[in-house]
Design a protein around this ligand. Structure first.
Ligand code: CO
Length: 496
């Protein structure tokens, strides 16, 4: 049994998984309403085939054999060890458990939709309770060190530790909460013009221009419209992004285009020769999000970026922006203001939203809080960290889809993404001469090449922590995010 056989099996599994991705992409973009039922069946069939292939005895035998093969090079060894770990994890699930979980998730999701619509948490609570119980069982089944939440977290962020995430959020609590308080005592910048009428087709064209400038490859990708923007890949040479357009708010299109564009560039930068193999896949959700946040925030919300692009914005929207200076526009792109809804939060207060969810889901998994107490706990935390009164559960504890999907351990990866982004970008500023000048001229290729060289091409060859040390010389360090925030917002809000 050879490494070649392993590659063949993995490529076949990838074929099935990417075919599922095509169907899911279509479901979110163009599928007519009546197609939903058949589509669900098709996706479920493909998921079954993928599971069979990836738990087949032959794969296990090939992996065991190759894991003792000293003739493999370092990259091949890494692929085998990663695949073997995944294989063993998948084998831990019995068919009965998988079916029970899938049933529980679908009931929970349906009850969440109804509960959110009717603002009635009690419709959702018993289903969530059942799901949390199953998730606790899943932690035991997968196994963990120190804290059961590690088992959940590691499904999205392999090798991350609950204790390290706790330290990060302790920093958020001790440094960022006070900093935002200082900002909120200052007069707010004007952003009313962002909410005038921006025609849809002009927004679309502007977004395409921004993606082209980032060097997103339209010969190996495309953009479409969906209600929740996302990025999906069918392989390195076909990476799709979506955006949304709100004619009364220019922000939505701009930030979702740049954000998803950043995800897309990571996928397009993976190694095509490693199709279906761990080294041909993104490291983790946190590292994926670091790429989208780096482009969205560190680049897209910078002064230099709007020096490059504001004239183009004015060309597309001459009426809306005729009395708005470049500086005004930059300020409006960086309003910091505590708010109720996570997905529309600014880049600083966003982390309070994540911190609250992390505290709650960790407590749910360890069993120190019960589902029935979620609304009051949630509301108390929003008051404490954001000074926000939550008006109702629909806009409070019911606002996110994640828990109803059984996605516990997902939320922290959003904050990890921003913190990694700040650290990577600080390093890029050191290593790329005149990076800011280049950005202000719209020359994004040197930055993209740096990301390709330092991050994208490796796939899972390194863990997130190893990569971070390799690129920046140290582990993830919250100081980089805080330095970025202090420099930028200190200027924007005249803090001394
Ligand atoms: Co993202």
């Amino acid at each position: 049994m050879s490494y070649k056989r392993y590659q063949e099996i993995m490529a076949k599994i990838a074929d099935v998984n990417y075919a599922s991705s095509v169907l899911s992409w279509d479901q979110e973009t163009y599928m007519p309403e009546k197609g939903a039922e058949t589509r669900a069946q098709q996706l479920s069939t493909l998921a079954g085939i993928s599971h069979e292939l990836s738990t087949a005895n032959e794969l296990g035998e090939v992996l065991e054999k190759l894991s003792n093969d000293a003739s493999l090079d370092a990259k091949q060894k890494k692929n085998i060890s990663e695949s073997l770990k995944d294989y063993k994890d998948r084998k831990k699930y019995s068919t009965a458990f998988v079916q029970q979980m899938s049933k529980s998730i679908s009931e929970c999701f349906q009850s969440w939709q109804k509960a959110k619509k009717e603002n009635n948490f009690s419709l959702y609570a018993p289903h969530l309770e059942k799901l949390v119980k199953l998730k606790r069982e899943e932690c035991e089944l997968l196994g963990y060190e120190n804290h059961p939440y590690n088992a959940m977290l590691n499904q999205y962020e392999p090798k991350a530790k609950t204790a390290d995430i706790e330290i990060l959020f302790k920093n958020v609590r001790h440094q960022l909460v006070d900093f935002v308080k200082k900002i909120s005592e200052k007069p707010q910048n004007n952003e009313a013009f962002m909410h005038t009428h921006f025609p849809k087709d002009k927004q679309w064209d502007f977004g395409i221009d921004l993606l082209k400038q980032m060097n997103y490859d339209f010969n190996g990708g495309r953009q479409d419209i969906s209600s929740h923007p996302f990025t999906t890949s069918f392989g390195v040479n076909d990476v799709r992004v979506t955006t949304r357009i709100n004619e009364n708010n220019l922000n939505e299109m701009i930030w979702s285009c740049i954000h998803e564009g950043g995800h897309g560039l990571y996928e397009q930068g993976l190694n095509a020769d490693d199709y279906g193999l761990p080294t041909g896949e993104a490291i983790s959700l946190g590292i994926h999000e670091s790429q989208s946040r780096l482009w969205e925030n560190n680049v897209g919300r910078s002064r230099a970026y709007w020096k490059a692009n504001y004239k183009l914005a004015q060309k597309y929207f001459p009426e809306n922006l005729k009395n708005v200076s470049e500086e005004d526009f930059y300020k409006a792109a960086n309003i910091v203001k505590p708010s109720l809804i996570r997905t529309s939060a600014d880049e600083l207060t966003y982390h309070f939203h994540v911190m609250i969810r992390f505290e709650i889901e960790k407590a749910l998994i360890e069993g120190s809080i019960e589902v029935k107490d979620l609304p009051s706990y949630w509301n108390k935390k929003y008051k404490e960290y954001l000074n926000i009164d939550v008006p109702n559960d629909s806009e409070g504890v019911l606002q996110d889809i994640h828990w109803s999907h059984g996605s516990f351990g997902y939320f922290p990866t959003y904050s990890l993404g921003s913190f990694y982004a700040a650290q990577f970008f600080a390093q890029a500023q050191k290593e790329i001469p005149n990076l800011e000048d280049l950005i202000s001229k719209g020359e994004m290729l040197p930055l993209l090449n740096w990301l390709r060289e330092k991050i994208h091409r490796f796939g899972k060859l390194y863990s997130a922590e190893e990569l971070c040390i390799k690129v920046t010389g140290e582990k993830l360090n919250f100081d980089h995010f805080m330095n970025y925030a202090k420099t930028k917002y200190g200027n924007l809000y005249n803090l001394s």
